[in-house]
Design a protein around this ligand. Structure first.
Ligand SMILES: Cc1cc2nc3c(=O)[nH]c(=O)nc-3n(C[C@H](O)[C@H](O)[C@H](O)COP(=O)(O)O)c2cc1C
Length: 435
């Protein structure tokens, strides 16, 4: 049984309360961090091989080193707690069950980089998480872990919760910054990156909830130790959210490098009785879909790329034989079209066009040339937009078509969904499966 870190407090009753958190060693890493040289902290973060847990997997220590150290401008910390990716549900566990861990990580991060103000930007729907965080922040102020002269070290840091209005695009870090400034969540062109021009035009560090919640453990045990828990270039354990047609859906902590098969069998309890695994999405809906022959791929940024997809958020959706891939692609395309901020043409028009075409194939009105058309739309979107939102449709849709070509062709050939034989493009009434 591996030692638990990020989920250590999940089973402890009321660990979201400061006294219980402290009873179990909470906030003890602050004094260690305050006694360390800030350059040493950054070097430990680099050594840890911690990769951002928000989906892109950028090395956290390297990102921290991009923050200007000698700037006169006020610098900000922003925690990305937007967690809107379908199939992803890990950060809310930290915020609801162990909010002080995140606050502890924020204080260490702010101390290291000389940040005086932090915002936790939480998806608006996560009201329970918002309440828990606000209460925890109040408790932390009362105990001197936040505010002026923290632990008598002459270091001030204020932390606020900002409730998002609930748009998926506000998870993209510059869309988030716009939202935080009170504007519509429309991503900015990069460069400049937030480390140079972020919130209110000031240098800003944007990190995911799980990323920052990992920081206290790296301070406690050291960067080398954290790196040793994972695989090459992917340090530490992480939270994996498992969902779909499995026996034990939930959030589980496991080391980076674990295979998807192990996640499914050891933690997820295997597929439901009567369900055969048809495919899986390794890290949220924006990742390419994989077939069961990729089950032995390791969860890591590079290893998942080699397997033909990406680790993304590490939240895996297991899909069984009863699922229509065209229907799944339709739902996905609808989501990404609906959530496009509309700022750039390839995303605004492309996602809508892709949705219309897949929807018509699914409804039994598809034409053979439309598969090529769809691939062409995906090519026109990918890499041609201000942010990666368009890619989040293009990458999975292309992979669904390429991995399950026959299923798409069947819909077109028989002008109906083989999974719902009564649905045809010709008639709205139900017809028998032999029709
Ligand atoms: C459309 C879109 C949505 C995103 N949503 C989230 C999100 O909900 N949470 C998150 O942490 N990162 C999200 N990201 C990634 C962020 O832009 C950014 O990479 C991340 O917050 C950086 O933190 P990390 O380095 O700790 O992962 C999203 C990116 C895109 C393109």
């Amino acid at each position: 049984m591996e030692e638990k870190f990020l989920s250590r407090n999940f089973e402890i009753e009321k660990a979201y309360n400061l006294d219980i958190f402290e009873e179990h060693g909470g906030y003890s890493t602050l004094s260690k961090a305050f006694s360390m040289d800030t350059d040493t902290i950054i070097s430990e973060m680099k050594k840890s091989n911690l990769r951002g847990r928000g989906g892109a997997g950028f090395p956290t220590g390297v990102k921290w080193s991009f923050m200007p150290r000698d700037s006169d401008k006020e610098k900000y910390l922003v925690i990305n707690a937007d967690e809107g990716e379908p199939g992803t549900f890990k950060d809310r566990y930290i915020m609801e069950l162990d909010p002080h861990r995140l606050i502890e990580g924020c204080v260490i991060t702010a101390y290291t980089l000389g940040l005086r103000t932090g915002y936790i930007f939480v998806r608006g729907e996560l009201q329970h998480a918002i309440r828990r965080l606000e209460r925890a922040i109040k408790q932390a102020y009362e105990k001197g872990h936040l505010g002026k002269n923290i632990h008598g070290k002459g270091f001030d840091f204020d932390l606020y919760v900002h409730s998002s209005a609930g748009a998926y695009i506000c998870g993209e870090e510059t869309g988030l910054i716009e939202g935080l400034e009170g504007k519509p969540g429309q991503p900015r062109m990069k460069p400049p990156f937030p480390a140079i021009v972020g919130v209110f035009g000031h240098p800003t560090l944007v990190n995911n909830v799980e990323t920052i919640a990992s920081v206290p453990f790296i301070i406690e045990r050291g960067g080398d130790f954290w790196a040793s828990l994972g695989i090459e270039k992917n340090g530490g354990p992480k939270l994996f959210g498992l969902s779909g047609m499995i026996k034990k859906p939930g959030v589980y902590e496991a080391p980076c490098g674990i295979t998807v098969r192990e996640l499914l069998e050891r933690f997820g309890g295997g597929m439901l009785d009567g369900s055969d695994l048809k495919a899986f999405i390794p890290g949220g809906s924006s990742c390419a879909i994989l077939k069961p022959d990729a089950l032995d791929a390791q969860m890591g940024i590079e290893t998942m790329r080699e397997a033909g997809s990406s680790m993304g958020t590490g939240c895996v959706t297991f899909i069984d034989h009863t699922t229509c891939m065209v229907r799944l692609a339709t739902r996905l395309a609808h989501f990404y079209h609906h959530e496009s901020c509309g700022q750039c043409t390839p995303c605004r028009e492309g996602t809508g066009w892709a949705y219309k075409v897949i929807n018509s194939i699914e409804a039994g009105r598809g034409r053979p040339e439309e598969l090529e058309l769809l691939l062409d739309i995906c090519d026109s979107i990918q890499g041609n937009t201000i942010c990666a939102h368009g890619d989040s449709l293009a990458i999975p849709v292309r992979s669904y078509i390429k991995t399950f070509t026959e299923e798409f062709e069947d819909h077109i050939k028989h002008q109906r969904c083989p999974f719902k034989p009564w649905r045809t493009g010709k008639s709205k009434s139900k017809v028998s499966s032999a029709a």
